[in-house]
Design a protein around this ligand. Structure first.
Ligand SMILES: [Zn+2]
Length: 478
């Protein structure tokens, strides 16, 4: 979306009827979520005031929201966890759900989508360009016992994707509905401003995207309000056993929540070092706080703006690499967005390559970056060889949609081939253009969504688009 602040201010004057709907908004330039939610046992009960500002050149009669939490229900067509990771259900198979209780004001609302994964709201009135509307959505999120993004993990409560989130809007395609593909991160959203007021039993320590602005304890409960501006999403993790370590990295408060890390101070130092290295190499981190949270998670880690989950099952070395990778996602995903369902390599490849750069530079950590690059080559060649034997030819194209890859294939294409793409691009354009290109990409597309051609253009080199295209269409020979 293009952000036209001046036009919005004009619109507020011209459209006198609008304030009726904007009463719950601060009047900023972005869409806005004001969420009040409470965790009681395994249920989050929430009210979401959502302000939609129409910055498009078209009018809207319907808004669509992804309900990721509903993928955890029994009978979901797109189960969030593949059979290979079924042990994430540590206490046997369990289910959750996201249920919408009310939406107002609106003409109508219904649950739709391929897999009951979409809340579709018909507005009371057509919303024209530069107008805004505010909806109040009441919902409950029931949490399954599962070591995954949304659920009661073994030693913490993971609240990724805990609220209805507006589908990203693409001109010509409309609202982009995300099915919950088990392999990959099936999330695609635009930046908005968040105010989240969250209540949980006092025994929990809560890690959150965003800065705490108020907190109070009463009747065995703790309520805190967090703010985060210009963010693609918002997540929380609640733990009873957390020890919290914190430091400062170039003016950013870095927090590390953990319960099983013998070298917690070292992990914190690594996180802070990553923050400083990426800020110097790509551009300043956009938020005031950054929280890394150890929790039960069946993959290595998961990124949200201002917060990452790090699996408590990782070895020391894997945990270092994961910390560097997830931290890099603050630049590639949280700030610069991309369609993660169709171009996953853009953020995953760049996060992998960023951690490669970090460990190449910071040899004192003892993580062999060169070996990681060689592993990527080996994995890629092995995938090609298997595909050639089985199918007669290898399909290594990279812009396929999630769901069309097997789990292993997805990892090799998005992560391994993704980092090989950026390494080849660096060789092709030279260090100076490469690093200037990444800085430009971050500066121009931070807070926005970029497509592969826009990434290529940032390198200001005729060869860049060719390298990227040859990788993504699968014709590059590696
Ligand atoms: Zn990643």
């Amino acid at each position: 979306m293009k952000k036209l602040l001046a036009m919005l201010l004009c619109a507020a004057i011209v459209f006198g009827a609008v304030p009726l709907f904007t009463a719950c908004a601060k009047g900023g330039e972005r869409n806005e979520y004001r969420i009040t939610a409470e965790l009681k046992e395994n249920v989050v009960t929430g009210t979401e005031e959502f302000t939609f500002r129409n910055d498009e050149d078209t009018s809207f009669t319907v808004l669509k929201f992804n309900l990721f939490g509903n993928a955890y229900r029994e009978g979901a067509k797109y189960a969030p966890i593949s059979a290979a990771y079924v042990s994430a259900y540590y206490d046997g198979k369990d289910y959750g759900s996201m249920e919408i209780k009310s939406v107002q004001p609106c003409a109508d609302w219904k649950i739709s989508g391929e897999d009951e994964n979409i809340l579709e709201v018909t507005l009371e009135e057509e919303l024209f360009p530069r107008e805004s509307v505010c909806l109040e959505i009441g919902y409950t999120l029931t949490l399954a016992k599962v070591n995954h993004r949304t659920g009661i993990a073994e030693r913490a409560v993971n609240l990724g994707n805990f609220y209805p989130i507006l589908c990203a809007y693409e001109a010509g395609r409309g609202f982009y509905e995300c099915a919950y593909y088990a392999d990959g991160d099936p999330f695609y959203s635009e930046c908005a401003d968040y105010t989240v007021t969250f209540t949980a039993p006092s025994e929990y320590t809560v890690a959150a995207s965003g800065q705490t602005v108020t907190a109070q304890e009463r009747g065995g409960k703790r309520t805190a309000t967090y703010e985060l501006e210009n963010a693609r999403d918002f997540a929380l993790v609640c733990g009873r056993e957390f020890e919290v370590y914190q430091t400062d990295a170039g003016g950013v408060q870095v927090l590390y929540y953990c319960y099983a890390d013998d070298a917690a101070q070292e992990t914190l130092d690594l996180l802070a070092d990553c923050m400083e290295y990426y800020a110097q190499t790509f551009g300043a981190y956009p938020y005031k706080t950054y929280s890394a949270v150890q929790t039960g998670f069946c993959f290595g880690g998961m990124e949200y703006p201002g917060l990452v989950m790090l699996s408590d099952a990782l070895t020391k070395k894997d945990s270092m690499y994961t910390a560097a990778h997830e931290t890099a996602h603050q630049w590639w995903y949280a700030a610069v967005g991309n369609n993660q369902l169709e171009n996953a390599w853009m953020d995953e490849g760049l996060a992998e390559y960023s951690s490669y750069l970090f460990f190449s530079e910071r040899v004192e950590y003892g993580v062999d970056a060169k070996a990681r690059m060689e592993t990527a080559h080996t994995a890629y060649n092995a995938l090609c060889s298997v595909q050639e034997q089985v199918f007669g030819e290898a399909d290594t194209s990279m812009n396929r949609k999630l769901g069309s890859y097997g789990g292993y294939e997805y990892v090799v294409i998005a992560y391994d081939k993704g980092m090989l793409l950026f390494d080849t691009l660096r060789d092709a354009v030279g260090d100076k253009r490469f690093f200037a290109g990444l800085k430009r990409y971050y500066k121009e597309y931070g807070g926005k969504i970029a497509v592969p051609e826009e990434l290529a253009d940032c390198f200001k080199s005729a060869g860049a688009a060719g390298v990227i295209a040859s990788f993504t269409d699968g014709t590059a020979v590696l």
